[in-house]
Design a protein around this ligand. Structure first.
Ligand code: ADP
Length: 304
């Protein structure tokens, strides 16, 4: 059983030729809104791997909130612990997607930022009666800290995806994290060590241990992922595919990993390989949710 504590965002993708200049009014040639947010993407990835998945989060009492709840329900994610805030709107991300594929993103936390310690306490059952608790940084840090405290007191395995990168993380939070999964930038933001070659990844693992996290996976995009855990270390190359849109690659990796992990990390190499495979399918499709694969697709791809 997996519980994801995190963000639910309505993503509005604005298709434009180029970024407008200051003071300029410009037409876009298309705008579409779709379900997204790191928390939501990760929960849906886990659920598509057939893991029983529960979500703890918040939406607003609006159309986007309903869209998010519908998306979660469609993938069998338990939404009992998603609060609907009466006054604050659902979180949103505005993605300016230029013709050349580059993107510039503005995020409004909205209801995600209204999530409170009291909400986590009301969701106690979901937080302490699961095998794995997953969180990111799109909801308030003190709320994640409380959830991780409750989880660890009850023997739940905690996974922290420290994204988007933040510098003001409480040291206690790292001490309560069983496995941290940053990308290159997020790893460097916390450790101060740039991720380049494998030696730099090992140096990161040592630094994270000093900071109180025993197990680390760094995802390095098209290169793959590095792991260093109490059960050994290694580098698992990514699958070579024709990537067209890397949105939700990291989220697919995290959700899949949570669903595949033996909690003693005895299968860590295989779990990382499986997660690389799942993410390699995500990057071949456009958008966030539509491209996150189901279990059978990942298995079929592995057998090829
Ligand atoms: P994030 O999206 O959080 O920055 P990464 O870019 O590190 O995360 O990607 C996460 C995982 O997705 C990688 O470890 C890899 O398995 C897979 N991936 C990302 N980009 C590609 C790509 N171009 N080709 C194949 N796999 C990819």
């Amino acid at each position: 059983k997996i519980t994801v504590l995190g963000s639910l965002n309505a993503d509005t993708i604005m298709h434009i030729d180029r970024l407008p200049k200051q003071g300029e009014t410009m037409a876009m040639y298309d705008a579409t809104t779709a379900p997204g947010g790191k928390g939501a993407n990760q929960a849906i990835a886990a659920a598509r791997m057939n893991a029983a998945t529960t979500f703890v989060g918040a939406v607003g009492n609006d159309q986007n909130g309903q869209m998010m709840l519908d998306a979660m329900k469609a993938d069998n994610v338990d939404i009992t612990n998603i609060k609907t805030h009466a006054e604050i709107g659902t979180g949103s991300a505005f993605i300016m997607l230029e013709k050349d594929g580059s993107n510039t993103i503005l995020i409004h936390g909205g209801a995600n930022q209204s999530l409170s310690v009291a909400d986590v306490q009301s969701a106690e059952d979901a937080i302490i009666n699961c095998d794995v608790l997953v969180a990111q940084f799109e909801t308030p840090l003190e709320v994640t800290l409380k959830a991780f405290e409750m989880a660890k007191q009850n023997g739940v395995f905690t996974i922290l995806n420290p994204a988007p990168a933040k510098t003001d993380i409480q040291p206690e939070l790292l001490g309560l994290t069983d496995l941290i999964v940053p990308n290159e930038t997020e790893a460097e933001t916390i450790s101060g060590i740039a991720v380049t070659d494998e030696a730099s990844m090992e140096a990161n693992a040592r630094k994270f241990r000093e900071l109180g996290v025993q197990n680390l996976i760094i995802t390095v995009g098209a290169r793959g992922a590095y792991y260093s855990t109490v059960n050994g270390a290694g580098f698992v190359p990514a699958f070579k595919v024709n990537a067209i849109d890397t949105t939700a690659a990291g989220d697919t990796f995290i959700g899949t990993l949570a669903s595949q992990l033996e909690l003693n990390l005895s299968n860590i190499g295989d779990a990382v390989k499986f997660s690389n495979r799942a993410s390699s399918i995500t990057v071949q499709g456009a958008g966030a949710l539509p491209s996150i694969p189901k279990l059978a697709q990942v298995q079929a791809a592995i057998e090829k």
